[in-house]
Design a protein around this ligand. Structure first.
Ligand SMILES: [Ca+2]
Length: 368
């Protein structure tokens, strides 16, 4: 790095580096520190003195479909070259879905390639994204990692398979109709009569709902306001929770959770709800796998809550059935009779088992 007067802006955010002089000073200090380290290392190892960075890249994340992005990238590449870098590590989600791009995308890509040739800059495309893999999964949603469902019971009714709840699994008072002394039967709850109330005026179904309000006032440190109950679960079963939520000037809608904690202290549900500060009744859904747990604590509540009002009603828990079924060699599906003695053949005895929405909601490569 010989030219410290060519700071590279943060291209992802478009943030410009305002104080070039200050940055230059910092850079010089850094170089001095590195130089000192190299001297020290050269005493310890003759190899350290031979360090010569042939490949110096700048990471650039962009979307080449947008003309304006390319207009900005070309002058940036000139600066990158002037600063002595050898190339750009170019990341674009669309590298994974090139087959779905219009001609405009490739026209823009050719502009970038031409500029790179002109400047003798190398372009290193970032491909095989692991972690943010929706671009790959858009081609084949079944490549997603899954969790096993084991011995899930189904019942045949009128020629259709219907999931059975499983003996002993029952959410008590999910409709919140049973109330004694301000407490909802079957539920553990906190701040009864302070931030949790049985509401008989604003309900979604039946005659009672749960109203939460003034949460921070009665839980100053954590802003907690939660109901929960322990239910038995069949291990390695996919479950579906649904609940209705209404809000009125609720200050912390992001703190609303339908959480599930397994008896082996596992967080089993990761659903996040998009609740507005004020909204009418809307139903929300969460799907979880019970994994090794044979009991789970179901929470509906608020963490880091503030002021305003929130209502809950109509909470249900049921087996999810064939939701998010992954079909590939590593994830075998087997259909047997209850006693396990008869194995049924897909396509002959039962229809092909699949979830047509897997990896396609709301778009290809998404599992919403
Ligand atoms: Ca109700």
């Amino acid at each position: 790095m010989s030219d410290v007067q060519c700071p590279i802006p943060n291209h992802r955010t478009g943030e410009a580096v305002a104080d070039v002089r200050r940055k230059g000073l910092l850079m010089r200090k850094t170089i001095a520190a590195v130089a000192a380290a190299v001297v020290l290392l050269s005493v310890l190892s003759p190899l350290a003195a031979e360090v010569d960075l042939k490949h110096k890249w700048v990471y650039v994340s962009t979307n080449l479909l947008v003309d304006k992005n390319v207009d900005e990238l070309l002058p940036l590449m000139e600066r990158i070259q002037r600063c002595g870098y050898s190339g750009i590590l170019l990341a674009d989600y669309k590298f994974s879905v090139l087959d779905r791009q219009p001609e405009r995308y490739f026209r823009n890509a050719r502009r970038v390639i031409a500029k790179a040739k002109e400047l003798d800059l190398e372009i290193i495309p970032a491909v095989f994204p692991i972690g943010y893999s929706s671009g790959i999964l858009a081609h084949d949603p079944t490549l997603i990692e899954g969790v096993p469902v084991v011995d899930a019971p189904f019942e045949v009714r009128r020629g259709e398979l219907h999931p059975l709840t499983g003996e002993g699994t029952r959410l008590v008072n999910g409709d919140f109709e049973q109330v004694k002394g301000g407490r909802f039967t079957g539920w553990w709850q906190e701040n009864v009569g302070k931030s949790v109330f049985a509401d008989r005026d604003v309900v979604k179904s039946g005659r009672v709902s749960v109203r939460m309000q003034d949460i921070r006032k009665h839980s100053a440190e954590h802003g907690h306001c939660r109901l929960h109950q322990l239910v038995k679960t069949r291990p390695f079963t996919a479950w579906h929770l649904s609940v209705w939520i209404r809000t009125e000037d609720f200050e912390t809608p992001r703190g609303i959770r339908l959480a599930v904690l397994g008896n082996r202290r596992k967080t089993l549900s990761y659903a996040e709800f998009n609740v507005k500060r004020t909204q009418d009744w809307r139903q929300y859904h969460a799907v979880f796998n019970s994994l090794e747990c044979d009991e789970a604590r179901i929470y509906c509540g608020v963490w880091k809550g503030g002021g305003g009002k929130l209502w809950w009603d109509g909470l249900r828990m049921e087996p999810a059935g064939f939701v998010n079924v992954i079909r590939r060699d590593g994830c075998p599906v087997k259909v047997t009779s209850a006693d396990g003695r008869t194995t049924y053949t897909e396509g002959r005895d039962v229809s092909r088992i699949m979830d047509p929405k897997l990896g396609r909601m709301p778009g290809p490569g998404a599992y919403g």
